[in-house]
Design a protein around this ligand. Structure first.
Ligand SMILES: Nc1ncnc2c1ncn2[C@@H]1O[C@H](COP(=O)(O)OP(=O)(O)OP(=O)(O)O)[C@@H](O)[C@H]1O
Length: 682
C-alpha cells in the first residue's frame, strides 16, 4: 500500500512529536524515548498523583456512602472473578490427572474421579451464579454513581461564571467517568488477581519437575517482556490527519451533496450533477490508497518476521515439556502437558489484559482528578462569593433602578483569537430608572456593552460601577437576579412551555397566574393555548429514543420516528416565549435592570411594537437598556441614547439633541427615515 504523502500541510512538528504515514492518513503521536511502555509509566505517575491528592480515597469514600454493601460486593466479586480461570484449570486438570492415573495403573479410582468431576461441575455452577450476581450489582452501583456525580457536576457547573463555563478547561467534567474510574480499578483488581493466581498455578505445577524453573521463566519472562517493553502504536493516543487533498475535496463534495443543510443551495444553484462529476474525477485520480481508519492500518513496530517469532516463542513452554517427554518418556504426564499448555495460554491472556487495563487506568485517574478539582473549585467559589457584597446594598433598597457607570472600560473577548478589543476606553453614566437606547453599526460594540451590563464578562480594563460600587465586588447571583435579559441569543429549554416561562423567576415558579400573565405580556399566550398539550408542551425535548443497532425501514423505524416526533413553532413564536420569560423576571420585585438586545428580529412589526410598549409600561422605575438597529419605538422615548462606533461611545444625548448635533446618530437615523419618506413620495 503506497503511503499518501503530505501536500501542503504543516509537516513540521515539535521534537516531542513524531509522525508516520498510513493510507490516507498522517498519524501524529508523542515520541517517547523511554524503553518502558509510556502507558505503564504514565499510569504509575497518575496512580502516585491520585494517591497523593487523595482523590482516589475521596472517590472510594463517596462511593462507599452511596451503597456500602454494593461497593464491597463489587470489589469482592472482582477478586473471585480473578480466581475463576485458575480454579477452572485446576479442577479440569485434577479430573484429567485422576483419569490418567487410573489408565496408567489399570485400576481407575472411581471415587477420586467422581469427586473431581463433581467438584469441577460445582465450581463452574458456583462461578456462573457469582457472575450473575455481579452482573446484577454492577448496573445498580454504576447508575447510583453516575447520577450522584451528575448532581455534583450540576452543582459545580450552575454556579460557574459564564467565562469559566465557556472556557475550554471546563468542558472535561464528565460525571460518568467516576463509574469509569471505579470500573477500571475493579478490572485492574480482577486482572491482577487473575495474573497472580495463574502465576501461582504455573509455579505449583512446575515445582515437581526438574525443568520446572525453565518452564516458569519462559512463561513469565516472555509475557512481561511483551506487556511492558512492547509499544505498539495502537495503544497510544494519536492524531490522524487526512493529508490527501484530493480525498479531502471528495469528502467536501460528498458532504455538500448529502447533507440536507446544503439542500437549498444545491437545488437553487442547480450544481448537483457538477458535484457528482467532480467526485468521479477525483475518485479516478485517487487510485487505491486506503481510507480505512488508521487503527487498522498501523503496523506498530513489529515486522512480519518478528510477529512469527513472537508467536513461536509463545509455544516454548509446551515445546520444553514435549522435548522432556521425548527424553524421559516414563516420567511424562499428559495431564501436566495439558495443564501447562492451558495455564501458560491463560496467563498470557491475563497479562495482556492487565497491560491493557493498566494503560487505560491512568486516563480514568486523570478524570477523577478533574472531577474533584472542579468540586473543590466550586467549594472555593462559594466561599469567595459568600464574602462578596450583597446587591442591592442596604442604603439603596428603596431605589427601583440600577445606577451604572462605565469608567474607561475596555473589553476583549477572552476566547477571541485576535488582539482586537470589542470596546475601548468607554465612558458613560446611566441614571437609575432611565430608559437608555444603544445604537450603532454592525460590529460597533453594542452587544458587547450589553454583555458587560448583564455580568457575563468582566471588563478587561477599567471599571463598571453599579450603584457606586465596583460590579465585581457584588455577589454574582444577586446581580443576575436583579437583571432581566431579553436578547436574540436565547434558547428554548427542553422543559414544558410553562416552566420555560416560569424560570424567568424561579422563586415564584408555582404561581400559575403570573406565568399566564407573563405569557400574555410576551405575546405567547394565544399560540400556546392552541397547542394540543398547551402549557405542558415540551418544544425541544431531550432525545428519549436511543436506537441500538441499525434500524431498517419497517415498523421499528416507524415507531422510532413516531416516538421522536415533537411539536415545533415558528421563530417569531419562540421569540415571544423568550419575551414571556423576560416578563416573568421583569415582574419580580428583585429586578432593577432590564437589558434588551435585538430580541425581535423574527417578530412581525405589530408584535414588536406591542412588545416594546409593554416593556415601557412595566419599566416602573427600573433601569432599562435596549440595543436596537431600529429607530422609532424606543429612541423617541429614550432618556439617553448611546451611539456606538468602532468600540467606543461617540455620542450621547436624547433623540432631539443628537439629531440637532447632526453627527453619526443623525446620519443613521436619516438613512432609515429617508427610506420611509422616499417610499411614501414614490
Ligand atoms: N464572542 C466573541 N468572541 C470574539 N469576538 C467577538 C465576540 N462577539 C463579538 N465579537 C467582536 O466584537 C466586536 C463587537 O461586536 P458586537 O457583537 O458587540 O457588535 P454589535 O454592535 O452588537 O454588532 P451587531 O449589530 O452586528 O449585533 C466585533 O468586532 C465582533 O467581531
Amino acid at each position: 500500500m503506497k503511503p499518501s504523502k503530505s501536500t501542503g500541510f504543516h509537516d513540521e512538528l515539535p521534537p516531542s512529536l513524531a509522525s508516520t504515514y498510513v493510507g490516507m492518513w498522517r498519524v501524529i503521536y508523542e515520541a517517547d524515548p523511554c524503553h518502558l511502555s509510556a502507558s505503564w509509566t504514565q499510569s504509575l505517575q497518575k496512580w502516585r498523583q491520585a494517591v497523593l491528592d487523595q482523590h482516589l480515597l475521596r472517590l472510594f469514600v463517596d462511593i462507599y456512602h452511596l451503597g456500602p454493601v454494593l461497593f464491597l460486593f463489587c470489589i469482592f466479586s472482582r477478586l473471585v472473578r480473578g480466581l475463576e480461570d485458575a480454579c477452572t484449570i485446576y479442577f479440569s486438570n485434577q479430573v484429567i490427572r485422576s483419569i490418567e492415573d487410573g489408565l496408567a495403573s489399570g485400576t481407575p479410582d472411581t471415587q477420586d474421579i467422581v469427586f473431581w468431576l463433581v467438584a469441577r461441575v460445582f465450581i463452574s455452577a458456583a462461578l456462573a451464579v457469582w457472575r450473575h450476581l455481579t452482573s446484577m450489582a454492577d448496573p445498580i452501583l454504576s447508575t447510583r454513581i453516575k447520577l450522584y456525580f451528575e448532581e455534583r457536576a450540576m452543582e459545580a457547573q450552575v454556579d460557574m461564571d459564564y467565562v469559566a463555563v465557556t472556557s475550554y478547561q471546563s468542558c472535561d467534567f464528565t460525571p460518568p467517568s467516576a463509574w469509569g474510574t471505579l470500573y477500571a480499578i475493579l478490572e485492574a483488581v480482577d486482572a491482577l488477581c487473575a495474573t497472580g493466581s495463574q502465576i501461582l498455578l504455573v509455579v505449583s505445577m512446575t515445582q515437581s519437575r526438574e525443568d520446572g524453573w525453565m518452564i516458569l521463566v519462559v512463561c513469565i519472562a516472555k509475557l512481561f517482556s511483551d506487556a511492558v517493553l512492547a509499544e505498539p502504536l495502537q495503544s497510544k493516543a494519536y492524531l490522524a490527519q487526512i493529508t490527501d487533498k484530493l480525498y479531502l475535496r471528495m469528502r467536501a463534495l460528498y458532504t455538500v451533496a448529502m447533507d440536507v443543510s446544503y439542500r437549498k443551495d444545491l437545488i437553487g444553484g442547480a450544481f448537483g450533477r457538477h458535484l457528482v462529476d467532480e467526485y468521479r474525477l477525483a475518485r479516478q485520480a485517487l487510485g487505491d490508497i486506503s481510507d480505512e481508519v488508521p487503527y487498522h492500518l498501523l503496523p506498530g513496530h513489529s515486522t512480519l518476521a518478528s510477529k512469527v517469532l513472537t508467536d513461536s516463542i509463545n509455544n516454548l513452554p509446551v515445546l520444553i515439556v514435549g522435548a522432556s517427554a521425548l527424553l524421559h518418556p516414563r516420567h511424562t504426564s499428559l495431564s501436566c502437558l495439558t495443564m501447562i499448555e492451558q495455564a501458560s495460554f491463560s496467563l498470557r491472556h491475563s497479562v495482556s489484559r492487565l497491560s491493557y487495563v493498566m494503560s487505560n487506568l491512568y486516563r480514568s485517574l486523570e478524570s477523577i482528578r478533574t472531577i474533584y478539582n472542579k468540586i473543590d473549585a466550586h467549594a472555593e467559589k462559594l466561599k469567595a462569593d459568600a464574602h462578596k457584597v450583597r446587591y442591592p446594598a442596604v442604603d439603596r433598597k428603596d431605589q427601583r433602578g440600577m445606577e451604572i457607570h462605565f469608567r474607561n472600560v475596555s473589553f476583549r473577548y477572552p476566547q477571541s483569537e485576535s488582539d482586537k478589543f470589542a470596546l475601548q476606553n468607554v465612558d458613560f453614566h446611566i441614571k437609575p430608572s432611565s430608559l437608555v437606547v444603544i445604537v450603532g453599526a454592525n460590529g460597533s460594540g453594542k452587544t458587547s456593552i450589553a454583555n458587560l451590563l448583564s455580568g457575563f464578562y468582566p471588563p478587561t480594563a477599567g471599571e463598571i460601577l453599579i450603584d457606586g460600587v465596583d460590579a465585581q465586588a457584588y455577589r454574582p447571583l444577586d446581580r443576575h437576579e436583579a437583571t432581566a435579559l431579553l436578547t436574540q441569543d436565547y434558547n428554548i429549554l427542553p422543559l414544558t412551555i410553562s416552566e420555560n416561562i416560569a424560570l424567568g423567576d424561579p422563586y415564584d415558579i408555582a404561581d400559575e397566574y403570573r406565568v399566564q400573565e407573563a405569557a400574555r405580556l410576551g405575546g405567547s399566550a394565544d399560540f400556546v393555548s392552541r397547542l394540543p398539550k398547551a402549557w405542558s408542551t415540551v418544544l425541544h425535548p431531550v432525545p428519549s429514543v436511543n436506537p441500538l443497532g441499525y434500524i431498517e425501514d419497517g415498523p421499528l423505524r416507524k415507531a422510532m420516528d413516531d416516538l421522536d416526533k415533537f411539536t415545533d413553532v415558528s421563530g417569531g413564536e419562540k421569540q415571544r416565549l423568550a419575551a414571556s420569560r423576560a416578563f416573568m423576571r421583569l415582574m419580580s420585585p428583585k429586578t432593577r435592570l432590564v437589558v434588551i438586545d435585538e430580541p425581535t428580529s423574527a417578530m412581525d412589526p405589530l408584535g414588536e411594537y406591542q412588545l416594546f410598549e409593554k416593556l415601557r409600561e412595566l419599566q416602573q422605575g427600573r433601569t432599562m437598556i435596549c440595543v436596537t438597529h431600529r429607530f422609532g419605538h424606543l429612541t423617541k422615548y429614550a432618556d439617553q441614547i448611546l451611539c456606538v462606533d468602532h468600540g467606543n461611545v461617540v455620542e450621547t444625548g436624547t433623540h432631539d439633541e443628537l439629531l440637532r448635533s447632526d453627527g453619526l446618530y443623525a446620519k443613521l437615523y436619516n438613512v432609515q427615515a429617508d427610506g420611509f419618506t422616499s417610499a411614501i413620495h414614490a
